[in-house]
Design a protein around this ligand. Structure first.
Ligand SMILES: [Zn+2]
Length: 133
């Protein structure tokens, strides 16, 4: 669900994915957004960051073992009550990158021994030969 208003935007989406994997993908996606990270709370899975125009935060809530709710909030530094322009550019950009990376991540696993990115269908790591799963 997305709520737009007053120079800001908030959106939440639910994904069926391991919470730790989701958090890793959030980190990778934020890297790609080109923003400055202000604070990161790995334990509570909350990250605050900004770009030139907006202050943003993302919270990851574990719904159960393999589903998460991702909430992103972006707003201008000062609330603009009379601004009716939709300000969802960053939020949409983030979810687009996140979902793309999540698809990529699902198609690969990381080798537990050498951390190589390996097809999730492989039985052995092609880099180091370690058995997968
Ligand atoms: Zn390996």
């Amino acid at each position: 669900m997305r709520i737009d208003g007053a120079g800001g935007c908030m959106e939440n989406r639910i994904y069926e994915v391991d919470p730790q994997v989701a958090w890793n993908v959030v980190m990778l996606s934020i890297n790609e957004l080109g923003v400055t990270v202000d604070s990161m709370d790995t334990e509570n899975k909350l990250i605050r960051f900004h770009n030139k125009e907006k202050i943003m935060q993302i919270a990851l809530q574990c719904l159960d073992e393999d589903s998460v709710q991702l909430i992103m909030d972006a707003r201008k530094e000062r609330l603009q009550i009379y601004n009716w322009k939709v300000e969802n550019k960053e939020v949409l950009a983030f979810f687009e990158i996140f979902e793309k990376k999540l698809r990529e991540f699902r198609a690969f696993v990381l080798c537990p021994r050498c951390q190589a990115k390996v097809s999730s269908l492989a039985k052995f790591c092609p880099e180091c030969g370690a058995p997968l799963k």
